[in-house]
Design a protein around this ligand. Structure first.
Ligand code: F6P
Length: 762
């Protein structure tokens, strides 16, 4: 469920006043009901009370009347026809309150009564009623009060006087009182309700605005006049955290708005690039055929470039031109040096180009990997520039450029040039295919102008690259360095606003395109073993005790990857937090790379020795702390390791992007595991939820490792889920899609410009 921040919540159609009114009603109606009910319950009680008060009054009045009449009654009694007594009684009942009266003899016989005296009321009955707490009797004219009073004469009691006094006035008064009371209670209720609503509304508004302000962070950072009450701060924190949680959950569950997929990339090719041919050029080939005894096996090289570009190529079809470096590569190609790939699926062609040992030595090992690699990485290894290497570099670039031209089926193919091995190729292809769209992607960092300036052929390199339509780097920072380098060493016009370089009549667009991986499809993930199984497999394979924590590193043996610094960090962590001795293992996969070069061989040797030294220092029955696996591991083996690990360490001293960290995140569909990532890898800009470290600062990395090992599962999940959202969204199809969309726009603009020019000439 998506939850908007409160500050941006839409007002309901009825508006806030309507909402408030409804709120008030919700409060008022029950209040009125309660008060009315209370009134109706109270009224009978009141009636009874008043009745008792009046009964007491009437009894007293009756006593007075009886004593006032006693003498007259005693005088009138001897009259045998009773006329005097009747006349006395008739006079007495002229009092409007006295309805009727009768005289009872001492032996309870009714001697005389007035006309309205009830026929069915005898002396005993009257006495019984009079003894009740509410001495009431309903007769024809209404309710009457019944009282029985002794009639005293000088000689003693001569009888009892029964007085029936009018009570209807009490009913009338009670009715009036009831009305007044209802009016009083209703008004009281209305006043209470009004006061309550005003108070509630004021505090509700204050609460809402206070909470909104707090959610915006105002109340917490600037204590202004009218700022929300401080007591709301913890509540706002909690509320904000919950809203963010819900938003995050929603984003994770829903995925990106318009996800980049292989299909989307294909359709983009057909719409924006009219289905034009795509040709990829790289040094490293996506699949290597190797002879093992009498068998030919297919290997995937340990290469970020291949990891990223291969799925794109499968989506785009076309032709990939690369150096055929495998021992059995020649055995599987056709007469045009082509092989259909991936094996068994034939989604694109790989055109293999063969290099002589001299070419490979000068172009690949020499100029590319001893010159440009350390030049661009600034990893404190001196670049070596040899004239002979430069010559080979030019020759091989020309050979690959010729292969591109030979493979092109039209005058305007889309050529994707990969990496620092082919800095000269764009201009070479442009010369033969001026209408080609050439996208060059530089997979490694670009240094600042001063650092680049030490290259003796800096001008040639820049001119070669500017044959491209678009030059892409991983980060804006590398783009900026490149623009500044061109500005420093070439006579070119740079439009910083549009990030374009005009050089010798043609324009090149420079942009950042952060590379990524193809997010695993459900078909792939369904083939993965459960995390627990992967863990059991790895622990059994390397004899790691079950209670140990596991960190992994997956790299080529390359001095830029910070493997040595990683080992020092492990050593420091064990010194600083000795509780991990015997409870922690680092499995370090290091694929041999560029072994012809002394620098690389020495590096591998140093890593091996350092691992052994650390293992000897922290020797423990639980096994060695560092398991160095100096061999190439295929995709499945690496993913099994990622899924088994508690921590993944990526500590590059400098890296264009680094895709190991993205692969680790993609492998953790259980949302567990912690990524430790170097701030000097391009990926650090996209993945702040990792524990970011400076690998040169061994202490910091050691602390991060300890922190990763003790990180609560909830925090791991929080970080990992967010990383997974980023990598899934910013996948390699998006990388290629953005570049190809830009290329499509560029081509359209050029076509329009050409048409305009033609019209002008006609
Ligand atoms: O990721 C950087 C990168 O230079 C890739 O471009 C290259 O494929 C990879 O390192 C491995 O290098 P190599 O192809 O020389 O083994």
């Amino acid at each position: 469920m998506f939850v908007r921040p409160l500050s941006r919540m839409p007002r309901s159609a009825a508006g806030p006043s309507m909402k408030t009114f409804r709120l008030q009603l919700r409060f008022l109606v029950p209040l009125v009901v309660i008060l009315t009910a209370a009134a109706y319950l109270a009224l009978p009680l009141m009636d009874r009370l008043t009745l008792r008060w009046f009964a007491r009054d009437l009894t007293m009045r009756g006593t007075l009347v009886a004593s006032a009449l006693s003498d007259s009654i005693a005088d009138a009694l001897p009259d045998p026809r009773g006329r005097r007594l009747q006349a006395l009684f008739n006079r007495a009942v002229q009092d409007e309150r006295l309805v009727a009266m009768g005289l009872c003899s001492p032996d309870k016989k009714l001697l005389r009564s007035t006309p309205k005296f009830p026929k069915d009321l005898d002396c005993a009955g009257a006495e019984r009623i009079a003894a009740e707490p509410e001495p009431l009797l309903h007769i024809e004219g209404g309710p009457v009060h019944v009282g029985v009073y002794p009639v005293q004469a000088e000689e003693g009691a001569v009888g009892e006087l029964v007085l029936l006094q009018d009570l209807s006035f009490i009913e009338r008064r009670s009715k009036d009182t009831r009305q007044y009371l209802i009016i009083l209670i209703a008004s009281l209720g209305a006043v209470i309700a009004l006061v309550t609503v005003i108070v509630a509304q004021l505090s509700w508004r204050g609460w809402v605005s206070g909470t909104r302000a707090l959610l915006r962070g105002e109340g917490l950072v600037r204590p202004l006049v009218g700022a929300p009450a401080p007591e709301l701060a913890p509540l706002a924190d909690e509320l904000r955290a919950r809203l963010h949680d819900l938003e995050d959950e929603y984003r994770r569950a829903k995925g990106p708005e318009t996800e980049w997929t292989a299909q989307r990339l294909q359709s983009l090719l057909h719409t924006q690039l009219r289905g034009d041919q795509v040709i990829v050029v790289s040094n490293r080939e996506p699949y290597i055929h190797v002879r093992q005894g009498s068998e030919i096996v297919v290997q995937r090289p340990a290469s970020g470039l291949v990891t990223a570009v291969e799925p794109v190529m499968r989506a785009c079809s076309g032709t990939w031109i690369a150096h055929g470096s495998g021992s059995a590569d020649r055995d599987v190609v056709d007469s045009h040096d082509r092989v259909a790939l991936p094996p068994g699926r034939s989604e694109y062609y790989l055109r293999r180009l063969w290099l002589t040992p001299e070419e490979e030595k000068g172009y690949y090992y020499g100029f590319a990997n001893e010159g440009l690699w350390p030049l661009c990485h600034v990893a404190h290894v001196r670049p070596v520039f040899r004239e002979s290497d430069w010559q080979e570099y030019q020759v091989v670039n020309q050979r690959f450029a010729d292969a591109v031209v030979a493979e092109a089926r039209s005058e305007d193919p889309v050529v994707l040039v990969q990496d620092y091995h082919f800095a000269l190729l764009p201009a070479m292809v442009r010369k033969k295919l001026p209408r080609a769209t050439i996208l060059t992607f530089w997979h490694i960092p670009w240094p600042n102008p001063e650092s680049f300036g030490i290259c003796p052929w800096r001008r040639e390199i820049l001119e070669g690259m500017l044959g491209s339509t678009i030059i892409g780097f991983h980060t804006r920072f590398h783009c900026k360095n490149f623009l500044e380098t061109v500005d420093r060493y070439l006579e070119a016009r740079i439009e910083h606003e549009h990030s374009t370089i005009s050089f010798q009549g043609s324009d090149t667009f420079v942009e950042s395109y952060p590379i990524s991986i193809a997010w695993p499809t459900p078909a792939e993930t369904s083939r993965w073993l459960p995390v627990e199984q992967c863990r059991r497999n790895i622990y059994e394979r390397y004899h790691i005790p079950a209670e140990q924590r596991l960190a992994v590193g997956v790299d080529r043996f390359d001095y830029t990857k910070g493997i040595l610094e990683r080992l020092y960090a492990v050593e420091r962590m064990l010194e600083k937090y000795p509780e991990w001795i015997g409870r922690f293992t680092l499995v370090q996969v290091a694929a041999p790379s560029r072994q012809v070069l002394e620098e690389y061989r020495a590096f591998q040797e140093r890593i091996t020795q350092t691992s052994e030294r650390i293992n000897a220092r922290f020797k423990h029955p639980g096994g060695p702390v560092i398991r160095l696996l100096s061999a190439h591991h295929d995709h499945n083996a690496v993913y099994e390791l990622y899924r088994a690990a508690d921590v993944c360490l990526v500590t590059s001293l400098h890296d264009g992007m680094n895709l190991v960290c993205k692969e680790f995140v993609a492998a953790r569909d259980d949302e567990r595991g912690v990524l430790i990532l170097s701030r000097f890898a391009g990926a650090a800009r996209e993945m702040p939820e990792a524990l970011i470290v400076n690998p040169y600062h061994v202490e910091e990395t050691a602390d991060a490792l300890h922190r990763a090992l003790v990180m609560p599962e909830a925090e791991q999940r929080e970080r990992m889920a967010s990383l997974r959202t980023t990598v899934r969204e910013f996948n390699v199809y998006r990388w290629a899609g953005r570049m190809l969309s830009d290329a499509g726009r560029w081509r359209l603009r050029e076509r329009i410009a050409e048409r305009v020019q033609r019209h002008q000439l006609e």
